[in-house]
Design a protein around this ligand. Structure first.
Ligand code: ZN
Length: 256
């Protein structure tokens, strides 16, 4: 039977410097972090009959023992990083790519996976990402494991990718068929569940209006078709689905 897991990496604040600082509400005060966004980071691991699928790869932070948080989280669930068959990348910002490779060992983290990346996103990130992220990309490039895609299409009959832009020029979303239903990974065009219920234009998007319109479509279509939504930056529900209330409107509930 399929299963879906959040690989929770922690709570962070991020400001103009784009540095992700750990944020623990018990010891830190949001007032000390002016102009910051407060987010959680959750890559997702989906166990499917076709093998393990990873949706985005986290920040690349390490445990005290030096191990990447993402691989430790996968092991804690009883799997090995070697079992991951697909790494689906919504886009290539630093908080999504950090766990793709280990810069200490110079090895990719998931050597038996296909890394599904929009070609245009790769070209852009190669020009613009910070040097420490380029190091990760250098390792990936040498691995020959990247599956560059363009526009819309499918991979091995159960993963659908769709170019949607909005957050970056070549951001993509994924639909993954599982025995639990169709999973929708909206990356940073739909990073938090609250955004389904408020119409707003975010400054951090390349095209905030398009992102807003897409979120509306994703909610309308997804609740009709029973999608399982995966929210990468959620502070609340991370794996959710729509449920109709007695007054006919819809709310989001935990899907697992
Ligand atoms: Zn992000």
């Amino acid at each position: 039977m399929s299963a879906i897991y959040s690989l929770y990496e922690g709570s962070y604040s991020v400001d103009k410097t784009k540095v992700f600082k750990p944020f623990d509400p018990k010891i830190h005060d949001p007032k000390d972090r002016p102009g910051s966004l407060f987010i959680h980071v959750h890559p997702f691991l989906i166990d499917t009959p076709n093998g393990l699928v990873l949706c985005d790869a986290g920040l690349g932070h390490r445990q005290e023992n030096g191990e990447l948080i993402i691989t430790e989280n996968i092991r804690k669930l009883g799997f090995s990083p070697l079992e991951v068959r697909y790494v689906l990348m919504s886009h290539l910002h630093q908080d999504h790519v950090g766990g793709l490779a280990d810069t200490k060992t110079g090895e990719i983290t998931f050597p038996n996976a296909k890394y599904v990346i929009q070609e245009g996103e790769w070209q852009e990130a190669r020009k613009t990402a910070e040097p420490e992220i380029q190091e990760i990309f250098d390792i990936l490039e040498k691995s020959n494991k990247m599956l560059f895609v363009e526009g819309d299409g499918e991979v091995d009959g159960f993963i659908e990718f769709k170019h949607n832009g909005a957050h970056t020029a070549n951001h993509q979303v994924f639909f993954i068929d599982t025995e639990l239903g169709k999973c929708f990974f909206g990356g940073d065009v739909l990073p938090e569940p609250e955004e389904l219920f408020v119409s707003f234009v975010a400054k951090y998007d390349l095209d905030g209006r398009l992102a807003r319109d897409l979120r509306k479509q994703y909610w309308e279509k997804g609740r009709e078709e029973g999608w399982i939504y995966l929210f990468y930056h959620s502070k609340n529900i991370t794996i959710g689905k729509a449920e109709q209330k007695s007054d006919g409107t819809f709310k989001l509930v935990d899907a697992v």
